[in-house]
Every structure is written in structure tokens, then in C-alpha cells.
Design a protein around this ligand. Structure first.
Ligand code: NAD
Ligand code: WQD
Length: 337
């Protein structure tokens, strides 16, 4: 029995693949490499000593998906595939709706044809929009502020309705907070194209000399030091959360939404200091205007993940910074030459 990872060559998918292989699962990947490199596959093999079947294909391509399901005995799908840049989704909304929703619907359709009943979905804390209070529980109001977020909101709905219509289905909607860091080997990690949108990749590119300084987007937020507060979690902890979710899906039917976060909030300046402490490298920064759409604080109530999945984050902010730096310094240009 194998687990199919859509978008398994990406940042979170590749780390999850490594953890799945280490836990004894077989893994199959389908990825169109629109935001990843085929080099990831060799690195996964190197770390785990095991190989992975990979299809270079689009999840929106029904016949390609049929081929994947007919050539492999798939027990469960972890659906990572999707476009994920918030700002880009505002500029190109149709591209995001087309890719992300089409992928979710085509996948569900073909899963149904092959009687595959279990799905773990990569959702996001972005579905909480501007939270009324923190920490955020799974039953908090949901409302999105950008097309990317709406694709997660709508995919959650599409998956939930499909699972409800089929009493045997099990769907775990994982709402990730802010994944950062990299595998301890330094062989796989986050490799954004162009100027990084997210904080940690920007910091590591400053550290490696690819950028001059960090722009801190706003210091007048309602937080302990005025900079935005988020719930950063180690991507390896996050990857392990998927294994717990697969186990849950094997034992339960129905739909559940679960936050994956640490439950702790750190500000931008906390992260800068933590990175400097963990690596000994100074990160020059300038205070810049607020980034449109950003919120004061966003962190999880992580208790449901512990109660239902038996999962909690274990690695520290120092571990996250150290591993992110280990990846960046060993791969200054990511997977590129
Ligand atoms: P990523 O871009 O590194 O990985 C996504 C992968 O999906 C890429 O390898 C890309 O090539 C592939 N892909 C995209 N569309 C595809 C399609 N139609 N067919 C086949 N492959 C396709 O992103 P990630 O950070 O690993 O995120 C994984 C998932 O988790 C995404 O759905 C993302 O929205 C979600 N998520 C990410 C974060 C984060 O901060 N990284 C937070 C919350 C949720
Ligand atoms: C974190 C903090 C910024 C960059 C985004 C998506 C969300 C989810 C995770 C997918 C904020 C500040 C950042 C920089 C900065 N992805 N910052 N200078 O915005 O919490 O979440 O990624 O689902 O949907 O919106 O993460 O890493 O972009 O920002 O000061 O150069 O760092 O203002 O306070 P965010 P982020």
C-alpha cells in the first residue's frame, strides 16, 4: 500500500516524503514541477536510501491521474499540489482558481473511480483571514482576504461535501501555520523562485549575501514589539503531522479540520534575534511600510492536533533557524546550479 503525494516534490511534500519513507510507507509522487526541481527526487533517495515513483504530470490531467492510480495500489492521498503565493494570487486570480480547484476536483473524481477513500489536504491558517482572537481554534470564523486563501477555503468545502456524500470517506484538512526550517541533512529545503515572499527564506538569503538587508514590514502592529506575530513551526514537525493524519484517516471516517502549529507566537524581530543567536550571523534590517493584507498576530490553538492526532510540535525556534541556515549555506542557490 502506498501514499500518493500530489505536489510531493515541493517544500513540504519532500519533507513529508522523507518522513513517510522512514516510517516504512511506500510513496508515489505526482508533480508538474511548476514550483520545484526534479533534483529533489535524488536528494530524497540519498536521505532515505529508498526510491520513490514519480510522475511528472499535472493533477488537473485526469488521464495522467488514472495512470497513477492504475499503476500503483494507493491507500491514501496527501494533496499538497497547488500554487501558494498570496500576492501572485491577487494579480492572477484565475490561474489560482483554475489550478488549485481543478487539481482538487480532478483528484477527488479519480480517487472515487479507484475507490480510494482517504485524503489529507494541505489547508492553511489563511482560511481564518483576520482572526477575531488568538490563539485560533478550528471552529473560529473563516473568511479569506485573497484568491489563494479562497482556493483553500473552497477546496476544504469541496472535499467536505464529497466526503459527506460518501459515507466511507475520510478527510483530514490540515491548516498549517508558518512552516520554516529544513531537513537536518541540509539536502532538502525551501527554494523560492525570485525574491522570497516569506520571512525565513528572505532572512537566509540576507545571511548568505544574496540580499542586502531585511525589510521589516511595519513596527506599529498591536504586538509586544510592534512587528507581526506568527506561529512558526519546523517543517519536519509538520511532515510528521501528516503521518499522524494518515493514521487517523485509516481509523476514522468523516471530515476533520486540524490546526498544525506550535501554539506560540513570535514576532519578526524575535525571529531575527533567534536566527542571529542560532547561527552567529548578523541580519541587517530596516523598518519598512506595512505589507498590504498583513495582520497583527496569528497563532494556533494546537490542542485539537494533540487530542485527535496525538501530534505536537517538538522542535524549537533555534532548531528551525539552524536547519534553515544549514540548508541555505550548503545550497546558496537552492536546487539551482
Ligand atoms: P511548494 O510550491 O513547494 O509545493 C507545491 C508543489 O505542487 C510544487 O512542487 C509544484 O510544482 C506542485 N504543483 C502545483 N500545482 C500542481 C499541479 N496542478 N499538478 C501537479 N503539481 C503541482 O509549496 P509548499 O510550501 O510545499 O506547500 C505545499 C502545500 O501546502 C500547498 O498546497 C500550499 O498552499 C500549502 N501551504 C503551504 C504553506 C507554506 O507556508 N509553505 C502554508 C500553508 C499551506
Ligand atoms: C511573516 C511575517 C510579515 C517578509 C504567508 C501566507 C500564508 C501562509 C504562510 C500559505 C509577517 C513579515 C515577511 C519580509 C517581513 N502560506 N515579513 N519581511 O504572511 O504570515 O503567511 O505564508 O498558506 O497564507 O500569507 O508569512 O513569512 O510572509 O510573513 O517583515 O521580507 O514576517 O509582515 O509579519 P505570512 P510571511
Amino acid at each position: 500500500m502506498a501514499v500518493l503525494l500530489t505536489g510531493g516534490a515541493g517544500y513540504i511534500g519532500s519533507h513529508t516524503c522523507v518522513e513517510l519513507l522512514a516510517a516504512g510507507y511506500d510513496a508515489v509522487i505526482i508533480d508538474n514541477f511548476s514550483n520545484s526541481s526534479e533534483k529533489v527526487l535524488e536528494r530524497i533517495r540519498e536521505i532515505s536510501g529508498r526510491s520513490v515513483v514519480c510522475y511528472n504530470a499535472d493533477v488537473c490531467d485526469e488521464s495522467a491521474l488514472r495512470r497513477v492510480f492504475s499503476e500503483n495500489k494507493i491507500d491514501c492521498v496527501v494533496h499538497f499540489a497547488g500554487l501558494k503565493a498570496v500576492g501572485d494570487s491577487v494579480k492572477h486570480p484565475l490561474e489560482y482558481y483554475q489550478n488549485n480547484l481543478c487539481a482538487t476536483m480532478t483528484l477527488l473524481k479519480v480517487m472515487n473511480e479507484f475507490d480510494v477513500e482517504r485524503i489529507v489536504f494541505s489547508s492553511s491558517a489563511t482560511v481564518y483571514g483576520v482572526p477575531k482572537s488568538t490563539p485560533i481554534r478550528e471552529d473560529a470564523d473563516r473568511w479569506c482576504t485573497n484568491p489563494y486563501g479562497w482556493t483553500k477555503y473552497m477546496s476544504e468545502q469541496i472535499i467536505s461535501d464529497t466526503a459527506k456524500a460518501d459515507g466511507n470517506m475520510s478527510a483530514v484538512l490540515l491548516r498549517y501555520f508558518n512552516p520554516i526550517g529544513a531537513h537536518e541533512s541540509g539536502r532538502i529545503g525551501e527554494d523560492p523562485t525570485g525574491i522570497p515572499n516569506n520571512l525565513l527564506p528572505y532572512i537566509t538569503q540576507v545571511a548568505v549575501g544574496r540580499r542586502e538587508h531585511l525589510n521589516v514590514f511595519g513596527n506599529d502592529y498591536n504586538t509586544h514589539d510592534g512587528t507581526g506575530v506568527r506561529d512558526y513551526l519546523h517543517v519536519v514537525d509538520l511532515a510528521k503531522g501528516h503521518i499522524r493524519a494518515i493514521e487517523y484517516a485509516q481509523k476514522n471516517t468523516g471530515v476533520i479540520a486540524v490546526n498544525l502549529g506550535t501554539g506560540n507566537g513570535f514576532s519578526v524581530l524575535d525571529i531575527v534575534k533567534a536566527f542571529e543567536r542560532a547561527t552567529g550571523i548578523r541580519i541587517p534590517y530596516k523598518i519598512a511600510p506595512r505589507r498590504p493584507g498583513d495582520i497583527d498576530a496569528c497563532y494556533a490553538d494546537a490542542s485539537l492536533a494533540l487530542e485527535k492526532l496525538g501530534w505536537k510540535a517538538e522542535l524549537s525556534i533555534d532548531d528551525m533557524c539552524r536547519s534553515a541556515w544549514n540548508w541555505q549555506k550548503n545550497n546558496p542557490n537552492g536546487y539551482g546550479e
